[in-house]
Design a protein around this ligand. Structure first.
Ligand SMILES: C[S@@+](CC[C@H](N)C(=O)[O-])C[C@H]1O[C@@H](n2cnc3c(N)ncnc32)[C@H](O)[C@@H]1O
Length: 248
C-alpha cells in the first residue's frame, strides 16, 4: 500500500521538527528586524503600501463576497506567518483571521521589534481539525501562501482548508514549486508541491507523488509562473467550493 505523504515525510526527515521550527523563527527574527529595508515585507506593517502589493486575484475576488448585515467578508489566512500578507488599510473591507502554529513565538519576535499583530490571530496548525472546526464553512476566502510545503500533513491540511471555505467561497493556494528538493529539505520545507494535469500534487523526495483531492470543489485555475526574483516557479491554485445543490 502507498504510504501517506505524512508517513513519507516522517521517514524522510533530515532533521527534527524542533530544529526546523527554530530555523523558521530565526528566518523571521532576521526578516522582521530588517522590515524597514525589505520592500517585500513593508506592506505588512505599513498599510499605505498594501494596496500596491495586494495580489490582483484577491483584489478581484473581494467584491464577490456579500456583505450581510454590516458584516464584512471573512478571509482566513492559514500559515500566515508573524504578519499576514493580506492585512492593511483595506481592513474595513474584510475580517481577517490569521492562523499559524508558531503564533505565540511570532508574538515574542513582534514585541522585540515593537511591531503588532495585523489581524485576529489563532495559534493552530493547519492539520488541527478540532481547533479549526469553529471556522467550518465561514471563509469567503481561505488563503494559504507559501506554507503548504511547511505542514506535516498536506492532505489533512487541504481537507481543513476545504472545510473552512464557505459554499460558493474561494480557496487559494500559492506555493513555490518543489521547494523541498530545491532547498534540499532545509528547515520546514519537506514536501514538494507541483502541478500536473490541472491538479496540485505532493511528493517527498523520490517517493510516489499523490494528488490533492478536489472533491466538492471546482478547480477554477492553476497557474504557474516563473519568478525570476526567486529563480523558481510559483504556482497559484484557485478552487471554488460547490454550493449544496451543485455538490449533489
Ligand atoms: C514561509 S512562511 C509563510 C508565511 C506567510 N504565509 C507569507 O506568505 O509570508 C511559512 C509559514 O508556515 C507556517 N507553518 C508551518 N507549519 C504549519 C502547519 N502545520 N500549519 C500551518 N502553518 C504552518 C510557519 O509557521 C510559517 O509561518
Amino acid at each position: 500500500m502507498t504510504k501517506s505523504i505524512a508517513e513519507q515525510r516522517k521517514g524522510n526527515m533530515a532533521s527534527n521538527r524542533a530544529m526546523d521550527v527554530q530555523a523558521e523563527l530565526r528566518f523571521w527574527d532576521r526578516a522582521l528586524g530588517e522590515i524597514d529595508e525589505r520592500p517585500d515585507l513593508e506592506h505588512r506593517h505599513d498599510p499605505n503600501k498594501w494596496e500596491a502589493l495586494l495580489p490582483n486575484l484577491i483584489k478581484n475576488l473581494l467584491p464577490r463576497y456579500p456583505i450581510t448585515s454590516g458584516e464584512t467578508p471573512t478571509i482566513i489566512d492559514v500559515g500566515c506567518g508573524p504578519l499576514s500578507s493580506l492585512a492593511g488599510v483595506q481592513m474595513e473591507m474584510m475580517t481577517l483571521i490569521g492562523i499559524d502554529p508558531l503564533r505565540n513565538e511570532f508574538a515574542k519576535i513582534l514585541r522585540k521589534y515593537s511591531l503588532v499583530d495585523n489581524c485576529l490571530m489563532l495559534q493552530a496548525g493547519a492539520e488541527d481539525t478540532e481547533q479549526l472546526r469553529v471556522f467550518a464553512n465561514t471563509g469567503d476566502l481561505v488563503w494559504m501562501c507559501n506554507a503548504l510545503d511547511h505542514t506535516i500533513d498536506p492532505f489533512k491540511t487541504f481537507e481543513n482548508l476545504k472545510m473552512m471555505t464557505k459554499p460558493g467561497g474561494d480557496l487559494l493556494i500559492s506555493t513555490h514549486e518543489n521547494e523541498a528538493d530545491r532547498g534540499n529539505m532545509h528547515g520546514m520545507h519537506k514536501i514538494n508541491i507541483f502541478e500536473k494535469d490541472d491538479q496540485l500534487w505532493c511528493s517527498v523526495r523520490d517517493e510516489v507523488a499523490q494528488e490533492l483531492p478536489t472533491n466538492g470543489f471546482h478547480v477554477m485555475d492553476i497557474t504557474s509562473t516563473m519568478r525570476k526574483e526567486f529563480g523558481q516557479r510559483n504556482i497559484v491554485a484557485h478552487y471554488r467550493k460547490l454550493q449544496p445543490l451543485e455538490a449533489k
